[in-house]
Design a protein around this ligand. Structure first.
Ligand code: DAK
Length: 259
């Protein structure tokens, strides 16, 4: 367990799956300034550590993943401060989305406002049975400011995104699954099931996972097909492509090196 952060716990298991826990349970893990500073520092560590193969982001306690940005902290902001901090949030959440290992949000309870936006910046999402997700910013006289208007719309389309944003209502786990907002709902222990989901992925060739993340992130861009072709082609020069095809021909399991 890492004690390097005031508001986060970073742990890595023997298989290389790291778990980053937002740890302000008394405030339902609300995102304050310190959480953003700690996230930046934790991402530095994660990016530099090649032995980390996948990342789970979750919240401390049973009740909440993250119940939003810390309302007590931003209540006095003016327009200029708010715009600047929105951009900082965009930058930090984009760093999460840009990681080239699988990143899974394990949503244990409330994922509201900035908390849901954090979950949306992850590549994958698993929900606990009691999960509730939503963007209630309009109830505070605001709109989502940490990427929610963009990422939610990409996943569910304009009509559903506007319905959720303009009502500010919360969706239960089952509805979130139906809308494609979460990949699955955990039946048992959330983090165990999150690890199970990732364990199948980290057996695959790391550079293939990386290029899959990069190619999918280009979907909808004009250059998307060209990027796919290049990312696909690049993999033919890797040792893991040789290993994967040899293992198939030799009827054995591949032993990928990540090269
Ligand atoms: N901020 C600060 N404290 C929070 C919090 C939050 N978002 N959510 C909960 N807490 C605190 C409560 O104040 C309470 O603290 P004490 O009173 O015990 O000191 C403690 O956590 C436990 O909460 P409750 O007593 O309320 O627990 P309940 O089970 O009764 O209710 C709840 C759970 C999640 C329904 C309720 O806590 C709640 O409605 N929380 C607020 C949800 C919400 O509206 N979240 C904000 C969404 S808007 C920005 C960028 C982005 C944003 C804002 C600014 N800038 C760049 C400036 C994003 C805004 C949002 O996230």
């Amino acid at each position: 367990m890492s004690k390097d952060f005031e508001t986060l716990i970073l742990e890595t298991d023997d298989s290389g799956i790291s778990t980053l826990t937002i740890n302000r349970p008394k405030q339902l893990n609300a995102l304050n300034n310190q959480v953003f500073e700690d996230l930046d520092a934790a991402l530095d560590k994660i990016e530099k550590n090649d032995s980390i193969r996948a990342l789970i982001i979750t919240g401390s306690g049973e009740k909440a993943f993250v119940a939003g940005a810390d309302i007590k902290e931003f209540a006095d902001f003016n327009s200029k401060q708010a715009t600047e901090l929105s951009k900082r949030g965009h930058r930090v959440f984009q760093r999460i989305e840009d990681l080239t290992i699988p990143v899974l949000a394990a949503i244990n309870g409330y994922a509201l406002g900035g908390g849901f936006e954090l979950a949306l910046s992850c590549h994958l999402r698993i929900a606990s049975q009691n999960a509730l997700v939503g963007l209630p910013e309009v109830s505070l006289g605001l709109i989502p400011g940490y990427g929610g208007t963009q990422r939610l719309t990409k996943i569910v389309g304009q009509p559903k995104a506007l319905e959720l944003i303009m009502s500010g209502r919360f969706a239960k786990a089952e509805e979130a699954l139906q809308l494609g907002l979460v990949n699955t709902i955990a039946e048992g222990d959330l983090v165990e099931e999150a690890k199970k989901m990732l364990s199948g992925m980290i057996k695959q060739a790391p550079l293939a996972l990386k290029n899959a993340i990069l190619a999918v992130s280009e979907a909808g861009n004009d250059s998307g097909f060209e990027s796919e072709a290049n990312l696909f082609g690049d993999l033919f020069d890797t040792a893991d492509f040789k290993e994967g095809t040899s293992a198939f021909i030799e009827k054995r399991k591949p032993n990928f090196s990540g090269k």
